[in-house]
Design a protein around this ligand. Structure first.
Ligand code: PGA
Length: 221
């Protein structure tokens, strides 16, 4: 079976009580995922510690990632969360989501610094691009293709087009091993994306907020 990553991006949603409630509901389902599926939950920084301790303590079949990382190392950078701080709680970090580029003016140069910091902390970057023209730093092996027109709109790209872009990305950047698709993924359409040869999973926003919907989606993938 090919490798699949199914990633929940909770974005700036959920208080502590909501996150624990999500995890308790997930635990009740007693899910077991097959070896080839890696299911990752990416909460806000304020929830990373609670989410990671719950998952470890209750042996849930989930991994944890952050939604962002500081482009700087440890030191005098007020408000920043650096790679080693993130690594205390998780193994992955989303870098370059279109919302970070758009609302926080993150440039390709800054994203490249973030990738360097992530790798220095032994975190695997989930590097987001909006199309095949966004440059991908040479150290990135896991990339998410997320067209802005599909994010949160209920209008996903077609699996065929996403697969064609994934192929182009892999050809242009031979260091990219896995390309995921993101944008209005649902339990109903996920299998269509995961079945295609150049795609290795999905990055999920809206449909990750409800554990019933997200875990159904992960099972259908
Ligand atoms: P969406 O968001 O699933 O709500 O479209 C995807 C994303 O932004 O990662």
């Amino acid at each position: 079976m090919k490798k699949l990553f199914i990633i929940a991006n909770w974005k700036s949603n959920k208080l502590q009580v909501d996150a624990i409630d999500w995890l308790e509901q997930a635990e009740e389902k007693k899910l077991v995922f097959p070896e080839h599926k890696t299911v990752i939950v990416c909460p806000s920084f304020t929830l990373l510690s609670d989410v990671s301790f719950f998952i470890k303590g209750h042996a849930l079949p989930l991994s944890v990632g952050s939604q962002d990382i500081s482009p700087y190392p440890m030191g005098a950078y007020t408000g920043a969360i650096h790679g080693e701080q993130i690594k205390e709680f998780c193994d992955y970090t989303i870098i370059g989501h279109s919302e970070r580029r758009r609302f926080f003016q993150e440039t390709n140069e800054m994203l490249s610094l973030k990738v360097t910091r992530a790798l220095a902390a032994n975190l695997l970057p989930i590097y987001c691009v909006q199309g095949k023209d966004d440059p991908i730093p040479t150290e990135c092996s896991l990339v998410a293709y997320e067209p802005v027109t599909a994010i949160g709109t209920g209008k996903p790209d077609t699996p065929e087009n996403a697969n064609a872009i994934a192929r182009e990305i892999k050809t242009a950047y031979p260091h990219v091993t896995y390309v995921l698709y993101g944008g209005s993924v649902t339990p109903e359409n996920v299998a269509g994306f995961c079945a295609l040869d150049a795609l290795n999973g999905v990055l999920v926003g809206g449909a990750s907020l409800d554990p019933d919907i997200f875990l159904q989606l992960a099972q259908n993938a």
